[in-house]
Design a protein around this ligand. Structure first.
Ligand code: DSN
Length: 415
């Protein structure tokens, strides 16, 4: 793989090949990661990276746009078809700039906004006090019910009536349940708030028709393109026509300069892939695998936040196992199972050494793993977490993990 880089820069090449090996031999359970197709990889590494194209199709600030305009328009049209959106902007570099642009477009600094608390599953751009969103806007944070671990819509309604936010943000980065978009919309309408959905984690499941879409109800919906949607690293914003101009202006020239057209070509490919019938099968299997993995973990006495999952994502509180999230993550890294340590709602521990772990099934499902493999993964996780300091047990599990992974090729890895 990558023979030119090998010749020109063997030091870098060695690390790239070590990473290819790690991806091939290990089980990827980080719920925000996936494996893109060879076509998406090719677009990302293509000559499109050479071109500046500030502006939008038909209205650019540089010459030589006749091909770029076609490519960006393809991406926009396919995204509209996939999600049924009125207006789409495919230029955001990633999720955080997309969220920042939405706030910049539709709010004044200091406006009141509602978002989900970070340790209840919200994202850093949903009002973290030390982040840009938390400093620029007056974020009011809602949370999950402490008993059920499920979004407390009565609290959302009460806070909305009390604080009269200009915008309500719904969406998550570590919340395992489906979201009642209609309930959010109803509450927002009661107080005259703009509705904003961050479906970065679940966009592939929405596109695949296995989770309800907020696009028909919400004013603005954004997503990254590299998680369950299985496209290149990047993001997109969908909105109702009345917000189109404000959103486009906030992205360019408000926040970004030249769009990354190589990534936009990758997005066009990803949307075409997601429009195919087989993507529906993929989305359904992601959900089935997550459900099976959650049940298999529960059988092994893992305590899951909300007691399960409706999506691709599982959050486990390891307090009863006596192993904090960081120690579990390290032991699992050792056996070739990658996930991330994560806070659980109202976590008494710090985000650097939290009580829980977050895992999910988008990447393993892309490799073709099904329920039988989920059973094995739950078993390896249980054995590794029960033997965090036992090198010989961890080494034994690593061999078993590797043997299974070799039966499931990773797209784009030819070693
Ligand atoms: N870092 C992403 C995730 O892992 O969920 C969110 O930005």
């Amino acid at each position: 793989m990558y023979p030119t880089i090998k010749d020109q820069d063997p030091t870098l090449h060695a690390s790239m090949m070590a990473e290819a090996q790690r991806q091939k031999e290990g089980i990827e359970l980080i719920p925000s990661e996936n494996y893109v197709s060879q076509a998406v990889l090719e677009a990302n590494g293509s000559i499109l990276t050479n071109k500046y194209s500030e502006g939008y199709p038909g209205k650019r600030y540089y010459g030589g746009q006749e091909n770029i305009d076609v490519i960006e328009t393809l991406a926009i049209d396919r995204a509209k078809e996939l999600f049924g959106a009125e207006h789409v902007n495919v230029q955001p570099y990633s999720g955080s700039p997309a969220n920042t642009a939405i706030y910049f477009a539709l709010l004044e600094f200091g406006d009141t906004v509602m978002g989900l608390k970070l340790d209840h599953g919200g994202h850093i751009t949903h009002g973290l006090p030390i982040g840009f969103s938390g400093k620029a806007y007056d974020f009011v944070q809602y949370g999950v019910n402490p008993e059920t671990g499920i979004l407390d819509m009565e609290e959302v309604r009460k806070l909305a009536h009390e604080k009269k936010p200009k915008m309500i943000v719904a969406g998550f980065t570590a919340y395992p349940r489906d979201i009642d978009w209609k309930a959010f919309k109803e509450i927002a309408d009661e107080v005259g708030a703009i509705t904003m959905a961050d479906i970065s984690h679940t966009a592939g499941l929405v596109a695949g028709g296995v989770l309800e879409s907020p696009v028909p109800f919400f004013d603005v919906v954004m997503t990254t393109t590299h998680k369950t949607l299985r496209g290149p690293r990047g993001a997109m914003i969908m909105c109702k026509q009345k917000f189109a101009k404000a959103i486009d202006r906030a992205i360019f020239p408000g926040l970004q300069g030249g769009p990354h057209e190589h990534a936009i070509a990758g997005k066009a490919i990803c949307f075409a892939e997601a429009l195919k019938p087989e993507f529906k099968d993929y989305a359904l299997q992601v959900k089935k695998n997550a459900h099976h993995l959650a049940e298999a973990l529960k059988k092994r006495d893992f305590k899951l936040v909300s007691d399960g999952t409706d999506t691709h994502l599982i959050l486990a509180d390891l307090t009863n196992k006596g192993v904090p999230g960081k120690e579990a993550q390290n032991a699992l890294d050792h056996v070739g199972i990658t996930l991330n340590k994560n806070t659980v709602p109202n976590d008494p521990r710090s985000p650097f050494d939290p009580s829980g772990i977050r895992l999910g099934t988008p990447a393993v499902t892309t490799r073709g793993m099904k329920e039988a493999e989920m059973e094995k993964i739950a078993d390896w996780m249980d054995r590794a977490i029960n033997a965090v300091n036992d090198q010989s047990v961890l080494d034994e599990i690593k061999k078993e993990v590797e043997a299974m992974c070799l039966e499931f090729p990773v797209p784009g890895i030819m070693i």
